[in-house]
Ligand binder design. Structure first.
Ligand code: URA
Length: 236
């Protein structure tokens, strides 16, 4: 990999900033100043430093965001705020995107990454990685309606939803988990069963719950064992 790409991929500096830094003699590779931005490096094994500070190279980044209402799950939009607007500069990287969409008015767990393969893996229904939601409904969920969701529903437009796992909670709440992510899927399933979702909050991806200490709007890097939990199946 080129030296300028290795450094700029980590997000702090743009490619053109990096070229200037390198040409100014502020970058070293294994202790020796390197002034050619095109030098081939292996950032996984070589020690690259900018102004004497070692680059903590990571091939990919994985973030958990506690999404508030009012942000769309996209990387850019001309009028609306996106989930990327909530990522602090020190965690930002080129190529970062939300792995899966939450509606603008849905809150909770959003995983952001620049690793397309990982995103595909967690989103493909074939991986059986469940996404768990807490739904606040207009009315208490009846056992019959819950059974409809559990059986796999066909929506009015012909969309066939895979069976969902559903737990009726006190009051007007229900917990539901699905391993696919069709457009407005949870809301449309409850609507087809004669109810309405007032609030939707994603509490879990795979076996990893949204961390309790992550305030709404906050975002942090996932630890390696948390990332493994995302990929693990868990009991409902
Ligand atoms: N299902 C929905 O209807 N909305 C979401 O945001 C996520 C799942």
């Amino acid at each position: 990999m080129r030296l300028d790409k290795a450094i700029s991929s980590q997000g702090t500096w743009s490619r053109s900033d990096v070229r200037k830094l390198v040409r100014a003699g502020r970058v070293s590779v294994d202790g020796a100043v390197c002034k050619d931005p095109g030098t081939a490096v292996d950032p996984a094994v070589q020690n690259i430093a900018v102004d004497g500070e070692a680059l903590q190279y990571k091939e990919h980044i994985y973030l958990v965001l506690n999404k508030p209402k009012g942000y769309i799950s996209a990387t850019e939009d001309r009028t609306q705020k996106t989930v990327l607007d909530l990522v602090p500069p020190e965690l930002f990287r080129p190529g970062l995107f939300p792995a899966g969409r939450l509606d603008a008015d849905t809150t909770g767990f959003v995983l952001l990454t620049d690793d397309g393969e990982f995103a595909h893996r967690i989103l493909s229904p074939r991986s059986h990685i469940y996404k768990t939601y807490l739904a606040t409904l207009e009315r208490p969920l009846s056992e019959e309606a819950a059974e409809q969701l559990r059986g796999g529903m066909t929506l009015a437009d012909g969309t066939v939803c895979l069976p969902a796992e559903v737990r009726i909670l006190p009051g007007t709440q229900a917990e539901v988990r699905i391993c696919e992510g069709r457009y407005h899927e949870v809301k449309r399933m409850f609507a087809a069963a004669g109810n309405r979702v007032r609030d939707l909050h994603r509490t879990k991806m795979g076996g990893l719950a949204l961390p309790d200490d992550l305030a709404e709007g906050d975002c942090r890097e996932l630890l390696a064992d948390e990332l493994n939990l995302v990929l693990m199946s868990s009991e409902f």
